[in-house]
Each structure stands twice: as C-alpha cells, then as structure tokens.
Design a protein around this ligand. Structure first.
Ligand SMILES: Cc1cc2nc3c(=O)[nH]c(=O)nc-3n(C[C@H](O)[C@H](O)[C@H](O)COP(=O)(O)OP(=O)(O)OC[C@H]3O[C@@H](n4cnc5c(N)ncnc54)[C@H](O)[C@@H]3O)c2cc1C
Length: 437
C-alpha cells in the first residue's frame, strides 16, 4: 500500500537535518545526490508540482533524444536506495508556502526551474497562430498542462530564435513519422503533425551566424532529415569557419534535394519588429538595416529563451534580472535554472547543485544552521492533508512509469500519459498496477 502513511512511517530522527528541495528536475536531484553524500543522516524531501519527477528531462528534452532522456535513470537510486522522498503533486506557492517550508525544515533549496517563455515584446505576439517554444515542446512531450494545445501550425512555420530549442522544434516538425520511430512522441502528436503537413520551416535569428547559440552537434544531426532540403543564408566571412557553429551551418547548407517541397532555411540578422496578421498570423516583419521585410507564414514559434513562469509562482518576487528580491532568505538556497537563469545543459546543473550542497553542509558543520527539531515531512504531510492535497510518492511515479512502459512498442519508447486525472488516478490507486521496485 502506498499513501500518506508510507511517508509518515519512513519517519526521521528529530535531531537530523530536515531538508526540503522544491523541484524534482535535474538541479533539485543533483542537489539531493550531493546532500545525501555530505549529510548522511539528513531527511531529504523533494517536492514537485507534477506527479512525476525529472523536470525538463521528461518535459523539455526532445522526444527523439532518448539517450538524453535516459540520464534520468541516474536519479532513481536516490529514491530507491538512499531514502530521499519524492512528494509530487505539491505546488509550492499554492499548496505550501515557502514560509511554511522554512518553519518545517532547517533548509529549503529552491530548484523550481524557469518554465515561462521570454516574450519578444512586439505587436501581434498574442495573435492566434503564435506559439511559444515552451508550450510547444511541452505539448510534444505530453506535459499535462498542454494536453489540449493541438497547435494549428499549417504548412509554413517561422521559428524566431537561434538556440538549441529552435533546432529541436524544427527537427521534430520536419521529421517524417518513420523518422520519429523509437522516440516517445505520442502517436496522437505524430498524427497531428502529419495532418498539419509542415513543409517549410525557417529558423530566423536576430544576430549573425557567428552569434548563434546552436550546438554544432545538433546542427549536424539535421543531416538525418532525409526528405528535407536545407539552406543557410550565411553571410559570414570565410575565416568565420573557425567558429564551430558557423562551420556546422556551412557544412549542412545544401543538404538534401533542392527540388524537395520540404525545406528548412536558416536566416540571420533579421530583427523581428511585429507579427503580421489581423485575426490570425499571416507572417512576421523583420528589420534588415533600415528596411522592413515581411515573411509570410502560417504560424510563428518564438524560441528566445525562458523566464519565471507567471502561472506557477513559487511565492518569491523577482527583480528585473530575475534575481529573488524582498524576502528573508536565511536558510533558503537556490539551484539550477531557478537560481542562475535559464541557461545550460542538464550536466551543467550538477556543479551548481553540488556547490549549493557544499555550502549547506559547511553551514551545518560550523553551526550557522542547527537542526532544531523541526517537524519536516510529518508537518508538511499534516498541512497537505488538512488542505486536501494528496502527494504522490515515488511508488506512485513507478505506477505511472509501469503503465507507460507497458504500452511500449518497437516504434514507441513509451506511451506517455498526458491527462492530469489519469496520471493522478494511476499514482494514487495502488491496486491498478503491481510494481516491483
Ligand atoms: C525544450 C528544452 C530542451 C532541452 N534539451 C536539452 C538537452 O537535449 N540536453 C541537455 O543537456 N539540456 C537540455 N535542456 C536544458 C535542461 O533541461 C536544463 O538544463 C535543466 O532541466 C534545468 O534543470 P532544473 O532542475 O533547474 O529545472 P527543471 O528541469 O525545469 O526542473 C524544475 C522542476 O521544478 C518543478 N516546479 C516548478 N515550479 C514548482 C512549484 N511551484 N512547486 C513545486 N515544483 C515546482 C517543475 O515541475 C520541475 O519538475 C533543454 C531545455 C529545454 C527547455
């Protein structure tokens, strides 16, 4: 049986440090790994608003990058053997406040990521047919918040932005169903993309190719798009090839059959000034020097980076540069994207999380933080119970995972469940699936 009692029974010594981590993405879990190593007797609870762990590994990393998704497996040991507790389906800032966590725990680590999309701030940005890369990649990853999105993309998509997320979106929109085999892109998404029949994608950057933030390895991967012709409007001087990104763009230029109706174009030094259209997007207008060019399109995707998520406030105010302001931050720490901004790969969060854990351990060691018999998990569960919030524990996640894995086929790595109610029903109904840990 799993439920509230399982959490309580695991119990903790009152004298052991009580640590709450907010966010079960890579940063929170890297922090938990380091804290477990440094503070063997600490009670470590990882809260997440979702009933599933792993943050953007599950809901950001592209469905056709299964090798990267598999990095989540390194965290299983924490929950299975190292007595770190997962408390999913608990939204901090709504179900529990940071002040309450501070009362209950000796230390609170905020690792809640930054899931909001940066906005272009130009006219027309809210027209139907404009999609943010965050929403689109969550839909492609079966995130329960985006289950109803069904993006009407049409045949010609402009992607504004010059980072890896723009490449992910372009690649996924242009892959054929056969090329998506082996991914965990939901069959409904595959069918929807097929019916949208995207034929042309243009990736448009404000800066020059030398300033693009594409990972050259991801540019090279585009060569796997067998039915797509790729062109790169690269105006850089020949010696710019010393820049690996420029070299990769030049190498991919001309890939595929020029007669193919399916095209991917890279264009640079186009500064977006407005989204065109009256009741729906019809294109976007860009400044090139002192003239303005309109590029027609059936939809526009903005992929210019991430920001605090206004829909899921953690309960802290942020300043103009995303820094946390106006709060008593004693015994509160930040890690990962939440702390240092939306930059960097999964692995890059490890160092940052380790540094946070080392600071916390040092502060326990020199008495700056003292375990004061705070109630920790028992207190949190009591508050949640009083508020009719049912947390999902690690076994609940395993039931979801088992159901998703059971529906795996040769072509589909897992059948992800995107419906909130179905996720919670599986997680909270122990008898539905028999799971071995
Ligand atoms: C579309 C996309 C694709 C990417 N692809 C790659 C890739 O291929 N390879 C790579 O190395 N990196 C990739 N990255 C970057 C990588 O995902 C990040 O470096 C990493 O996930 C950041 O980790 P994090 O733990 O700080 O944040 P997240 O992964 O965002 O985790 C934050 C967690 O906090 C939870 N949370 C948020 N608010 C609350 C709240 N109020 N209460 C409780 N919980 C909350 C969220 O549900 C989430 O689980 C990609 C990023 C994106 C956006």
């Amino acid at each position: 049986m799993t439920g509230m009692n399982d959490f309580v029974e695991l119990g903790n010594r009152p004298s052991s440090p009580q640590i709450a981590i907010v966010g079960a993405g890579p940063s929170g879990l890297f922090a938990a790994q380091s804290l477990r190593r440094l503070l063997a007797h600490a009670a470590i609870d990882v809260f997440d608003r979702l009933p599933v762990p792993f943050g953007l590994i599950r809901y950001g990393v592209a469905p056709d990058h299964q090798g990267i998704k598999a990095t989540a497996r390194q965290f299983e040991r924490l929950f299975e053997r190292e007595n770190v507790q997962f408390l999913g389906n608990v939204q901090v800032g709504r179900d529990l406040s940071i002040e309450e966590l501070k009362d209950l725990y000796d230390v609170v680590v905020l690792a809640a990521g930054l899931a909001g999309d940066r906005r272009l701030g130009i006219p027309g940005e809210t027209l139907p047919g404009v999609f943010t890369a965050g929403a689109l990649t969550r839909w492609l990853n079966a995130h329960p918040d985006e289950a109803g999105l069904l993006p009407r993309l049409g045949s010609h998509v402009l992607i504004i932005g010059n980072g890896n997320v723009a490449l992910d979106v372009a690649r996924l929109l242009l892959k054929t169903p056969e090329e998506l085999c082996g991914s965990d892109l939901h069959p409904d998404c595959v069918a929807h993309l097929k019916s949208e029949n995207v034929r042309e994608v243009e990736i448009i950057g404000r800066g020059a190719p030398g300033n693009a933030r594409f990972d050259p390895a991801m540019v090279k991967q585009l060569a796997a798009l067998e039915t797509v012709h790729i062109s790169v409007a690269c105006q850089e001087a020949p010696d710019a090839d010393a820049n690996p990104c420029v070299a990769a763009l030049r190498a991919i230029d001309g890939h595929g059959n020029p007669e193919s109706p399916r095209k991917l174009r890279f264009r640079f030094s186009l500064s977006p000034v407005s989204i065109a259209g009256k009741s729906h997007v019809s294109g976007a207008c860009f400044a090139i020097g002192d003239r303005v060019e309109t590029i027609d399109a059936t939809s526009v995707v903005t992929a210019i980076g991430f920001a605090p998520d206004e829909n899921v406030p953690v309960g802290l105010t942020r300043g103009a540069c995303s820094e946390v302001v106006g709060h008593d931050l004693a015994r509160v720490y930040t890690a990962g994207w939440f702390g240092r901004g939306p930059r960097g790969t999964i692995a890059e969060n490890r160092l940052d999380a380790r540094a946070v854990a080392e600071t916390i351990a040092a502060q326990f060691a020199d008495g700056q933080i003292r375990p004061e018999g705070r109630r920790g998990r028992d207190g949190a569960l009591t508050l949640l119970h009083d508020r009719a919030v049912r947390p999902v524990d690690y076994h609940g996640w395993l039931r979801i995972r088992a159901a998703e894995d059971a529906a795996r086929t040769d072509d589909l790595a897992r059948l992800k469940i995107s419906d909130w109610k179905a996720l919670l029903a599986l997680a909270q109904s122990p008898h539905l699936v028999d799971v071995q840990t």
